[in-house]
Ligand binder design. Structure first.
Ligand code: FUL
Length: 708
């Protein structure tokens, strides 16, 4: 009897042991919040800039624009929103107020708002129109309300902070649930300030009382992540839209030199590209980049809309590195997105659709070197290809190195491998390697470091194989991988690169040979009838060279447009106010080489500003625009306030342009200043009055557009 009882008890214990659910791995490190998870899932959204600044053809409005200029007669929010949707973007952030202080909604906090403009006869609410268009497109809505306000008379005083908080309250109350609330780091400086036209610097750490201000966001919009240096999602530290090859979702922000707090605008952004392994906070990277050069619309950038190949490179370096892509789009003065932007978005969206149409991993048999507790249901490899981002394959606690193998009946051709961790359990994996079974042997074809929410490994060439192995090589804890995807990037003809040397010879090359390249120099679209590129040709004037690859069936690829300034072949430097021969030769400013620079920095003593450089173009010409390319490495000496003078004889000088290169520190692209009226000149003088960093100026290139 006793024996029988023991046997029954034994069976019961055995049965209950086997039936016991294998427990999930313990989470590792800091974890994302629910709102951060929702944000992460969006992957790509757009940021719309449209204020009176558009009508002034500027990047930062000074705050003095007459509201009457804001008259977009054809404005249609759904045209803009749907173009973004066609690009595969899932959210829209509207800049409800930029640094110029003009509010796109009828706010009670300031009279500088849309009701004072002719838009909808002063009865309009553009924030509402964008919100409705966004929601009816099935997309998420977010808002950017600039803390810096160059219009408000109270900026710098406590009264302004009260107004700013009220603006947030209005925006948070009237436009439904937001997915993000965007706080910009650019804060304080000169502005109109109710007519005072002065410089107002603020204490960035304390002025806005961020804890209280963000407290309003948290209370009124708990589902919105806060974008800010040191917010819920971090600025990636550049406006190219690139996270680093290794980019952690965790981050420990550090203050910039001389500060004690990592406040917005005062966080060391250099480290933001990589994040911090085992950082104190879950603060993934948002990678922002405009579709054109600037964030606002400028007619002269109509041909500078990024190509599909460029956009896809950005996508791989943002979304493909675990961040979100925030792409800037900007309507023109009619209130519509320019056709070139609409087309670029559509082409990019179609490209992504084609890319993701067939996940080859779904047709593979996937085996793993081990499965946690042999529990196939909870932790097996089928979780890697379902559509749930949080179901996952896992190993036992002590197993930190493991592999999964995908096997197909037939060879498959692809070049992109997607991996995702179940980030609800933290960011765990530190290194993976990828092997393909080629000619009877395993061959390493790729590798990656940080995985996190999403990692795209893009192989340079397509590979064809029937077996693929992913080895997790380094992880401090057991593995919790939620996704393996295998895709073939849509084939694109190699995109030509157009270059010109100092002598004015233009060469057009592709990375891999193509059947033919056709080009034009008259602004028209290259066709099979256009000249075939055979060898370098001379192009001495300013203008655009367009080129396109064609295959043997005369199917064409993307058009590449390269805009050139006047050739600098015969240019000479006449004078510089300071030339550190050792460090910055003045000729570097006119050598057609972006990588070299001239600067007025003198290591021993500060060289007071302004500083200038005078160029002789060798002959008189009619100048239409002048350009300044800031240094492409570092920020020292990048000019902020500039002046340009021209002369026909190097004796009498006329000031032809003066102003500020807004946002040049974050977005150091070529600054083209189109002159109100063209001027005849043989000499020009570029004067740097202030710089964004350091007490000196620097220049990578100076240029001129015009006719002889
Ligand atoms: C920057 C701003 O200063 C730019 O004007 C733009 O709004 C960009 C998205 O953020 O910091």
């Amino acid at each position: 009897m006793k024996k029988q009882l023991l046997t029954v008890l034994g069976c019961f214990i055995f049965l209950s042991m086997t039936a016991q659910k294998v427990s999930a791995p313990a989470p590792y490190g800091v974890l994302p919040s629910e709102t951060q998870l929702r944000w992460q899932e969006l992957e790509q959204y757009v940021l719309v800039h449209f204020t009176p600044t558009t009508f002034q053809n500027k990047e930062w409005g000074y705050g003095d624009a007459d509201p009457n200029i804001f008259n977009p007669s054809k404005f249609d929010a759904s045209q803009i929103v749907n173009a973004a949707k066609d690009g595969g973007f899932k959210g829209v952030i509207l800049v409800a107020k930029h640094h110029d202080g003009f509010c796109l909604w009828p706010t009670k906090t300031t009279s500088y708002n849309i009701s004072k403009s002719p838009f909808r006869e002063g009865k309009g609410d553009m924030v509402k129109e964008f919100e409705l268009a966004t929601r009816s497109a099935g997309m998420k809505f977010g808002l950017y309300c600039s803390p810096w306000d160059r219009n408000n008379e109270d900026y710098g005083k406590p009264e302004y902070v009260t107004k700013y908080r009220d603006q947030l309250r209005e925006l948070y109350s009237n436009y439904g649930k937001l997915f993000i609330t965007w706080f910009d780091g650019a804060n304080g400086g000169d502005g109109y300030y109710g007519g005072k036209k002065e410089k107002r610097n603020i204490d960035r750490s304390n002025y806005y009382g961020w804890d209280t201000t963000w407290g309003i966001s948290k209370e009124m919009q708990p589902g919105a992540v806060i974008f800010a240096d040191n917010g819920d999602v971090r600025w990636v530290g550049n406006e190219h839209g690139f996270a680093a090859e290794t980019s952690w979702a965790t981050f420990t922000p550090e203050p910039i030199a001389g500060k004690t707090k990592a406040a917005p605008g005062e966080t060391n952004s250099e480290k933001a590209q990589e994040g911090t392994r085992n950082g104190k906070f879950w603060k993934p990277a948002e990678c922002d980049v405009p579709l054109r050069n600037g964030w606002f619309y400028h007619t002269n950038e109509d041909n500078q809309v990024k190509s599909v190949s460029k956009l896809f490179e950005i996508y791989c370096k943002s979304v493909g590195r675990g961040g979100c892509l925030d792409l800037g789009i900007a309507p023109d003065t009619s209130g519509l997105l320019h056709q070139n932007d609409v087309k670029a978005l559509k082409d990019f969206g179609d490209f992504l659709k084609q890319l993701y149409a067939d996940n080859l991993a779904k047709s593979a048999v996937i085996t793993a070197s081990e499965i946690r507790g042999d529990d196939n249901k909870s932790f097996g490899t089928k979780n890697l290809t379902d559509d749930d981002r949080y179901s996952y394959w896992a190993t036992n606690d002590e197993v930190k190195k493991a592999s999964v193998t995908l096997e197909w009946k037939k060879e498959q051709t692809f070049n992109i491998i997607r991996l995702r961790e179940n980030i609800k359990l933290g960011q765990r994996i530190e290194k993976i390697e990828i092997d393909a079974f080629i000619n009877g042997n395993w061959k390493k074809v790729g590798e990656a470091t940080s995985i996190g929410a999403n990692r795209l490994v893009r192989l340079q060439n397509y590979i064809s194989t029937s077996k693929l192995r992913i080895r997790i090589e380094e992880s401090p804890v057991c593995i919790a991988l939620s996704d393996v995807g295998v895709f073939k990037e849509p084939e694109q003809l190699a995109v030509p690169k157009i270059k010109r040397n100092k002598e004015g010879m233009v060469s057009i090359v592709t990375e891999v040979p193509v059947n033919q390249i056709h080009y034009t120099i008259d602004g028209t679209e290259p066709t099979v009838q256009s000249p075939v590129y055979e060898s370098a040709f001379s192009f001495l004037t300013s203008g655009e060279v367009k080129a396109k690859s064609f295959d043997t069936n005369m199917k064409s690829g993307e058009t590449v447009i390269q805009s050139f300034n006047v050739c600098k072949k015969d240019w000479k430097i006449v004078a510089t106010s300071f030339d550190n021969q050792e460090k910055g030769k003045s000729l570097n400013a006119i050598d057609e080489n972006e990588g070299t620079l001239w600067n007025t920095s003198d290591n021993t003593s500060a060289t007071a500003l302004p500083q200038s450089i005078t160029v002789d173009m060798g002959k008189e010409m009619t100048i239409v625009s002048l350009s300044y390319l800031p240094r492409q490495n570092g920020t020292g000496g990048i000019v902020k306030n500039y002046q340009w003078q021209t002369s026909t004889d190097n004796v009498t000088w006329t000031t032809v342009a003066e102003g500020e290169f807004s946002n040049i520190k974050s977005n150091p692209v070529e600054q083209n200043i189109v002159l109100r009226t063209a001027v005849k000149a043989r000499y020009f003088k570029f004067i740097g009055k202030t710089s964004v960093d350091g007490n000196y100026i620097s220049a990578a290139e100076l240029g001129v557009k015009g006719v002889n």
